[in-house]
Design a protein around this ligand. Structure first.
Ligand SMILES: *[C@@H]1O[C@H](CO)[C@@H](O)[C@H](O)[C@H]1NC(C)=O
Length: 495
């Protein structure tokens, strides 16, 4: 911790990259929700009708640039750009721009998933979602333009333990951009600066480990400050979080990218899945974070699952929890949101049976909008984990406990734990047996609504309540066979 703080301090001193670790959120907000494959108009509405009220700080949107159209429309077609025109099935540039403005107006930031590493597979002459043509076999993308001189050679990633193979060679016939070239850097910088001018707060860097950190550094330094017309502080740098899936043993280490911004901490995703599947005892979570050999908290973006590993396509295999194991998933999400470690991200999926399946679409391959039920859940094939009561209410918990650490840790020595966040929040978990005892909650005296089993509506709690005395003690009743094995109370949910 001390070493990494010193390191960050030195970077700031030399002005190499300023605050690309800051999400640039409103002060009373937290957590990015990944509205995977949503349309821009639907996201704008979601910011206004739901996200702002629950306290969500931002939305990660799917890649925005024109991409290839593939048979059956798999979700990963969006990771094969044809140009940097902002036209996809999610909407056009006017709709994107309108979404960013409307979300910023209600305090919800937009982060764009950017595909900088590559263009498309080589598959002949193709047309993109914006109508542009690409001659992929000769690596000619006239709408950018890129030509064959801008791509890495087809040398094949023969040795995965050799970092330069991964970064300098094309993977599986994909046209792999060479970010060492000024032309390529310029196109990427122009694309990202255009998005910054439209009001975005930052970027997810897809496949960061497949690009050289020194090339990324040049590109990130050339990014504009955030647009003050969208409420960003003057001099604010775009938030950067990089996809590096290293679990500690890879040839390409996440450490090579620490000075550029935050990084996806995949160990978190794997370990939280393992723990809430019951493969180890919850009592060990007392050391959660750096104590588990994760990267430092202020470098990490954390998540229970993401759009890759929820399909068993990526790191973590079968350990990863998804919406399909909904109780364990909600418990893991509650723990993530209750614990101070990392910058938190919530996945919001569409239902899938096949790993390649794209979002819900009509007969003309237009994406279908989510419908919303009276209990806040979604229809039309959208899972909307971010709207599940237990997850949405934990955003409010995380806001209530801002700036506090973990204290008054309790466990039964096995699968039951509880802890306080300063004097602002208390949470208990069980995956084996019943907790029924008086516990220190660290909260001021009063009656509190358990935001897991219910909502606080007009001063009335629809779920369980806990009454706390002047000594902070309260009687906690929680069984492992309840809908959730979690009970959470906080200072802003007093009955
Ligand atoms: C590719 O584009 C560059 C401009 O960046 C140009 O100088 C070069 O002649 C082009 N090469 C080919 C093979 O078309």
């Amino acid at each position: 911790m001390i070493v990494s703080h010193l390191f960050l301090g030195l970077i700031t001193l030399f002005g190499l990259s300023q605050a690309q670790w800051d999400e640039n959120m409103w002060e009373d907000r937290n957590t990015i929700v990944h509205l995977f494959e949503w349309k821009w108009n639907d996201i704008a509405e979601e910011c206004e009708r739901f996200l702002q009220y629950k306290g969500y700080g931002g939305v990660q949107v799917s890649p925005v640039s024109e991409h290839i159209i593939m048979a059956n429309r798999p979700w990963w077609e969006r990771y094969q750009p044809i140009s940097y025109l902002l036209t996809t099935r999610s909407g056009n540039e006017a709709e994107f721009s309108d979404m960013v403005r409307r979300c910023n107006n209600v305090g919800v930031r937009i982060y764009v998933d950017v595909v900088m590493n590559q263009m498309t597979f080589r598959m002949g002459t193709v047309w993109g979602t914006g109508g542009s043509v690409a001659y992929t076999d000769i690596q000619y993308y006239p709408a950018v333009p890129y030509n064959s001189s801008h791509f890495n050679p087809d040398c094949g990633i023969s040795d995965p333990t050799n970092p330069s193979d991964t970064r300098d060679c094309a993977l599986f016939q994909i046209n792999d951009l060479n970010q060492r070239l000024d032309h390529v850097r310029g196109k990427l910088v122009d694309f990202m600066n255009h998005l910054i001018d439209l009001g975005v707060a930052g970027f997810r860097i897809d496949a960061a480990n497949q690009m050289w950190p020194e090339d990324l550094e040049v590109i990130f330094k050339r990014l504009n400050y955030l647009n003050t017309n969208h409420g960003f502080a003057s001099g604010a740098r775009p938030f950067i979080f990089q996809e590096v899936s290293d679990l500690g043993g890879d040839a390409i280490s996440h450490r090579e990218y620490l000075h550029l911004g935050r990084i996806t901490e995949f160990k978190f995703s794997v370990e939280i899945g393992r723990m809430f599947r019951g493969f180890d005892q919850l009592r060990y979570l007392t050391y959660w974070g750096e104590g588990w050999n994760f990267m430092s908290s202020n470098s990490a973006v954390v998540f229970v699952d993401n759009h890759n590993n929820q399909r068993r396509n990526g790191v973590g295999g079968d350990l990863i929890l998804t919406y399909k194991e909904s109780k364990q998933y909600r418990m893991a999400a509650a723990f993530m949101l209750a614990h101070p470690y990392g910058s938190t991200k919530v996945m919001s999926s569409f239902a899938f049976t096949d790993a390649n399946m794209g979002p819900p679409q009509d007969g003309n391959q237009n994406i279908i909008s989510p419908g919303i039920n009276a209990d806040d859940t979604c229809t039309n094939g959208w899972v909307c984990e971010h709207r599940w009561r237990q997850i949405a209410n934990m955003i409010g918990f995380r806001n209530a406990v801002r700036g506090t650490g973990v204290n008054d840790w309790w466990s039964n020595g096995a699968q039951q734990i509880a802890f306080c966040r300063g004097g602002s929040g208390f949470i208990a978990f069980t995956i084996d047996g019943t907790i029924s005892q008086t516990m220190q909650t660290c909260l001021p005296s009063g009656t509190y609504c358990d935001v897991i089993s219910g909502n606080l509506i007009n001063g009335q709690c629809t779920g369980k309540t806990v009454t706390i005395g002047a000594d902070g003690l309260g009687y906690v009743q929680l069984a492992d066979n309840e809908e959730d094995g979690v009970l959470a109370i906080h200072i802003n949910a007093r009955v």
